[in-house]
Design a protein around this ligand. Structure first.
Ligand SMILES: Nc1ncnc2c1ncn2[C@@H]1O[C@H](COP(=O)(O)OP(=O)(O)OP(=O)(O)O)[C@@H](O)[C@H]1O
Length: 289
C-alpha cells in the first residue's frame, strides 16, 4: 500500500513519521520559522537537534522565490561542512508535510545572550569569535551562497568556546536571479543599505551584517539607534554609523578600523569580501600578541 502511495506521489523520498523515528527529549529553541528539539534519532542512536519548520511560514517564504528554484533549507544545510558551521546529518519531509532537519546537537549558549551580558567570557574571546564567524561566512561564500540573515541570533557558542553558525533559512544561491533587487528578507538592524533600498545585492550584504555583528560583540550596541520598523531602518541609510572607538576607546584600533569599513554605506567602499575583513582582523590579532 505504501509502495503504491509513493508511486503515485512521485519519486520523492518517503515521508518520515517524527514520533516513530525520534524520541523527543525537550524543546531547545523556538525560532520565528521553526521549533527545535533535542532528540534521539532511533535510526542512528545519536542525540541530535531536530528542527521542524512551520509549514505555513515556510510556504509564505517560498512564495517570495517562486520560479527561482531556491533549494530547501535542508538541501543547503547538508551540503555545508565546516568546523564553525553546524553539521546537518539528514533532512526530509514529515508525514504532516513539514520540512525537517537533523543536526549535530550543540551544547552551548546563543551569542545574543553573550552580547547582552558583555561578561569576561566575551571580552576574552571577542576577537577570536569574530575571526571564527568570518571563517564560517567566507566558507559559505566560497560555496556560492549568500547567507542574508547573519546576526547573533543565528550563532551558538559551544561550552569549549567554539563558534557555530546555525541557521540557513534565508540563504540563497549567489546567482543573478537571486541578486536582483526587490526581495527584502533578513533582520532589519543587520540589513545592508542596498538591501533596504531594494537595489541589486551580492555577497557584500553579508559583509555588512557581519560587521554589525562584530560591532555588537565589542560594544553590545548597534552602530545606529535601534529600530524595529523598516521605516526607521530606512533613516539609517543616510546617517553615518557611530564610530566604535567612541564606545570602546581602549579597543585595538586596527580591529575598530576593520569593523567600521564593513559598515560602509556604499558596497564599493566596504570590504569587497569577508575574506579581506577576516584577514584584517587576523593581522590585528597577531600585532596585539
Ligand atoms: N544544532 C542545534 N543545537 C542546539 N540548539 C539549536 C540548534 N539549532 C538551533 N538550535 C536552537 O533553536 C533556536 C532556533 O533555531 P534556528 O535559528 O535555526 O530557527 P529559525 O526558526 O530559523 O530561527 P530564526 O528565523 O528566528 O532565526 C536557536 O536559537 C537555538 O537556540
Amino acid at each position: 500500500m505504501n509502495f503504491l502511495r509513493r508511486l503515485f506521489q512521485g519519486s520523492g523520498p518517503a515521508k518520515v513519521d517524527i514520533e516513530k523515528r525520534f524520541r523527543l527529549q525537550n524543546p531547545v529553541g523556538q525560532g520565528t520559522m521553526s521549533k527545535v528539539w533535542k532528540a534521539t534519532d532511533t535510526k542512528t542512536g545519536q542525540t541530535v537537534a531536530l528542527k521542524i519548520l512551520d509549514k505555513e511560514k515556510t510556504k509564505r517564504l517560498e512564495q517570495r522565490f517562486v520560479g527561482l528554484n531556491r533549494p530547501r533549507e535542508g538541501v543547503i544545510a547538508i551540503s555545508l561542512h565546516h568546523p564553525h558551521v553546524v553539521q546537518t546529518y539528514d533532512h526530509g519531509i514529515t508525514t504532516k508535510d513539514e520540512q525537517f532537519l537533523v543536526m549535530e546537537f550543540i551544547e552551548g549558549v546563543g551569542l545574543s545572550s553573550l552580547v547582552d551580558l558583555q561578561g569576561e567570557r566575551m571580552t576574552a574571546n571577542c576577537l577570536r569569535w569574530c575571526i571564527q564567524l568570518g571563517e564560517a561566512l567566507d566558507y559559505v561564500h566560497s560555496q556560492q551562497w549568500i547567507h542574508r540573515d547573519l546576526c547573533p541570533r543565528n550563532i551558538i557558542i559551544t561550552m569549549s568556546n567554539q563558534l557555530k553558525l546555525i541557521d540557513f533559512g534565508l540563504m540563497v544561491p549567489n546567482t543573478p536571479p537571486f541578486r536582483k533587487p526587490g526581495n527584502r528578507t533578513g533582520t532589519a538592524m543587520y540589513m545592508a543599505p542596498e538591501l533596504v533600498r531594494r537595489l541589486p545585492t551580492d555577497q557584500r550584504i553579508d559583509v555588512f551584517s557581519y560587521a554589525v555583528t562584530c560591532y555588537q560583540m565589542f560594544t553590545k550596541q548597534f552602530p545606529w539607534p535601534a529600530a524595529d520598523t523598516m521605516e526607521a531602518v530606512m533613516q539609517h541609510v543616510n546617517m553615518p554609523p557611530k564610530e566604535i572607538l567612541l564606545l570602546k576607546p581602549d579597543m585595538n584600533p586596527q580591529v575598530a578600523k576593520a569593523i567600521m569599513r564593513g559598515l560602509e554605506k556604499e558596497p564599493a567602499d566596504r570590504w569587497q569580501s569577508v575574506k579581506e575583513m577576516v584577514e584584517a582582523l587576523r593581522a590585528a590579532a597577531v600585532v596585539r600578541k
